[in-house]
Design a protein around this ligand. Sequence first.
Ligand code: GUN
Length: 297
Amino acid sequence: MTASIIDGTAIAERIRQEVAEEVAALKAKYGLVPGLATVLVGENPASQAYVRSKGRACEEVGIFSTKPTLPGDATQSEVEGLVRELNDDPNIDGILVQLPLPGHLDEEAILGAISLHKDVDGFHPVNIGRLVMKGREPLFVPCTPAGCIVLIDEAGTEIAGADAVVVGRSNIVGIPVAGLLRNRDATVTVCHSRTRDLPEKCRRADILVAAIGRPQMIRGDWIKPGATVIDVGINRVEDPTAPRGYRLVGDVAFDEAVEVAGAITPVPGGVGPMTIAMLLKNTLTAFHYRLRRLGLE
Ligand code: GUN
């Protein structure tokens, strides 16, 4: 059996289109547009590239964006001060602090300084706390995990009652995606570097989410026939035949997995495009919170 390919690029494009249409309609109605601030501290090239592409995506859908940048040696109070200014800025609905931050900064305190209603990354401790607690609702759900759930739904996979295995326990992906799957009534196992017999754990998964950052670690024979496989990994591997000397691969050995799985996301073109699409959606949600504060909705 060959798996069906879950086309993240097409699904993300549809979501961006929907956001663009709603932004245009709200602009026509109220003369206001959503605003996103992406805060970058330091000069990490990967972070600079992410922030640029978030800015471009905003422009395409009519969301105003700004990219305040601080030097890599900025102090804790400078970064928190910038966040507070953005909290008070009436034209900014969403604040995203690009991670990772330089090592001398207290990430938890900085994320905790973001206004709950502007926390479009969903990393504020209160939003994460609500996400993992039973019966509580976060104001925002982190973008990549939310994108994973959309892809599973789009594949037509029933989450309720499924055995889901998440490989990786990062704050950005593994932990929140496990919470979301459990909130949808999956039985969730979270695996990590100390997990015993990882292949055996993976083989139980009806839904397998790979978020470990290790190129092609999950092999075809670790996958249950017919499973839905969501590959969050984006890893560079050397390839002298590729134009840039490298190519991108996921955490799953795609060529093997595609022969066994029922549905699978490719890399690139799977989870990657969903992250920004969900960020745009969260920024639109934050804009609705502003419209409500203004008494317009
Ligand atoms: N770094 C890697 N992924 C993310 C993300 O989703 N949000 C932020 N703020 N930083 C990241």
